[in-house]
Design a protein around this ligand. Structure first.
Ligand code: NAD
Length: 461
């Protein structure tokens, strides 16, 4: 029986977080800025709405395994540096643990736990036969040489060698890692054991280069999924489909692909922000040129001086530098936060002028910001739905590796669209059934499915 409370966030020790008795039962700290507490609170709200059994709620409120490893790496100048890595395995009731590996200076255990929980929910919402995990290494990959980066990736793989596996826990790229890093991990995994075939080794990670078993279409999959969900949701939410003006926060893998695909569908990307600056272009950026500029220069800064040749919507100068405030206040139809977690807090949520938000990043809004947007009537397509395209095509890659078969890019794109549309419709159905906003609806649909799985499986012994 559920022991959930009906108390609201006003009486909670953590602003924006509805304090559930499960927090006290499991001894959670009342830390307002803790992303993990916020994610669990969101999960518990959905759990209460669908009447999830208490025992499933407490299982999902903590990860199954939290692995932390320290490992030394020889740097180019000959000295050794000690790195800290994490792998959190949240839940594997639906299938092997699945989730990205992040290389970033701000990687912390609670953030990794939070992202691992989101993976469990995301896989369940999309009905993938996968569980949730996440990992990371606390480092700045941009400050490492290629050799150092490779040694970090390989030593970390050895540190967690017995905790990952092609049918047990399958990492993928995330912020600061890419297909090359996955290739080094697969190679290290295979080299570290005699009886692992190369086919098995390949399946231990997804997001690999196509040459060693990566899937066509994986690179753009998350951005593609953001666009697929947006297109499915706009008419359902009575929002206009044409001549979209779009703002993108973060022009990395997710943001740049979402921007490029939307541009090709006739949208104008008018404001862009990343760690290096903020740009505006009234006529819409030339998104291919902007992406090439980022690859060469590491960020969008400087693109304003570049004369583009007109492959996109806007031949002419790249754009103009504007303030952060202008970025948030520019009126657009669609706002896509696709950088890092919790970048949109209450002040930003008050400033944003848009008709809909599509979360490309994981957890880009704080719970309080979410409440502000709900009050302002701005719908939010939540991360667990909008950015599920990455894990969906990761699943396709894993299936292709398992069957020694390679799908065409057209087939991957069509299948991805089918999965994203189904997940979007499931979310809309839950919104209607429970009378809740989209984020809660997505959690409800996912948790309903997990609840059904636990009902059938039971809890050992
Ligand atoms: P990325 O490293 O390719 O890009 C990150 C972007 O964020 C860069 O443009 C960077 O400049 C920007 N950024 C970093 N710090 C910033 C700051 N302080 N202010 C403004 N911009 C900043 O990462 P990515 O793979 O595109 O991932 C972005 C988000 O999407 C993350 O939350 C990630 O977990 C999530 N995500 C990624 C995938 C995937 O397949 N890559 C899948 C699902 C979710």
């Amino acid at each position: 029986m559920s022991t959930a409370t009906t108390s609201q966030s006003a009486s909670s020790p953590v602003p924006g977080v509805r304090w559930d008795p499960v927090f006290d039962e499991l001894g959670f700290p009342d830390d307002p800025s803790n992303l993990y507490t916020q994610t669990v609170a969101t999960m518990l709200e959905g759990a209460e709405t669908v009447g999830l059994q208490h025992r499933v709620k407490i299982i999902l409120a903590q990860p199954k395994n939290e692995i932390m490893a320290h490992f030394p790496v020889r740097m180019d100048d000959g000295h050794h540096r000690l790195f800290k890595g994490y792998r959190v395995q949240h839940n594997n009731a639906l299938g092997p643990y699945k989730g990205g590996l992040r290389f970033h200076p701000n990687v912390h255990l609670d953030d990794v736990k939070s992202l691992a929980l989101m993976m469990t929910i995301k896989c369940s919402l999309v009905r993938l036969p996968l569980g949730g995990g996440k990992g990371g290494v606390k480092c700045d990959p941009h400050a490492l040489s290629e050799g150092e980066l490779q040694r970090v990736a390989r030593r970390f793989t050895v540190a967690i060698l017995n905790d990952i596996g092609p049918d047990y826990d399958i990492p993928a790229p995330d912020v600061g890692t890419n297909a090359q890093v996955m290739a080094w991990i697969a190679d290290t995994y295979q080299m570290s054991s005699n009886n692992r075939t190369s086919t098995d080794a390949m399946r231990v990670v997804t997001g690999k280069p196509v040459e060693i078993g990566g899937s066509l279409g994986r690179n753009k999959a998350t951005g593609q999924g953001v666009v697929d969900t947006l297109i499915e949701m706009l008419p359902a939410l009575d929002l206009p489909m044409n001549d979209l003006r779009v703002s993108v926060q973060g022009w990395g893998n997710v943001g740049s692909w979402a921007g490029r695909i939307l541009e090709k569908k006739g949208a104008k990307i008018v404001t862009v922000m990343d760690h290096s600056g903020v740009l505006y272009n009234e006529n819409g950026f030339d998104c291919d040129a902007l992406t090439e500029h980022c690859m060469e220069h590491g960020g969008i800064a400087g693109f304003e001086k570049q004369r583009t040749t007109g492959t996109g919507n806007n031949p002419g100068l790249g754009g103009e530098v504007v303030s952060l405030e202008d970025f948030y206040k520019t009126p657009v139809d669609v706002f896509i936060p696709a950088a890092l977690e919790q970048m949109v807090k209450v002040p930003e949520a008050e400033m944003i002028q848009c008709k809909i938000i599509v979360e490309g990043a994981n957890g880009p809004l704080t719970n309080e910001a979410d409440e502000v947007l709900e009050r302002r009537g701005i719908p939010v397509i939540p991360d667990i739905l909008a950015n599920a395209g990455g894990v969906t095509v990761s699943h396709f890659e894993w299936v292709q590796n398992k069957t020694n078969h390679m799908w065409t890019e057209e087939f991957v794109d069509a299948e991805l669209n089918r999965y994203m549309v189904m997940a979007a419709r499931r979310t809309l159905l839950a919104k209607q059934k429970f009378g809740v906003p989209l984020r809660k609806a997505a959690y409800c649909s996912a948790l309903d499915h997990i609840g059904d799985v636990y009902k059938v499986r039971g809890i050992f012994p």
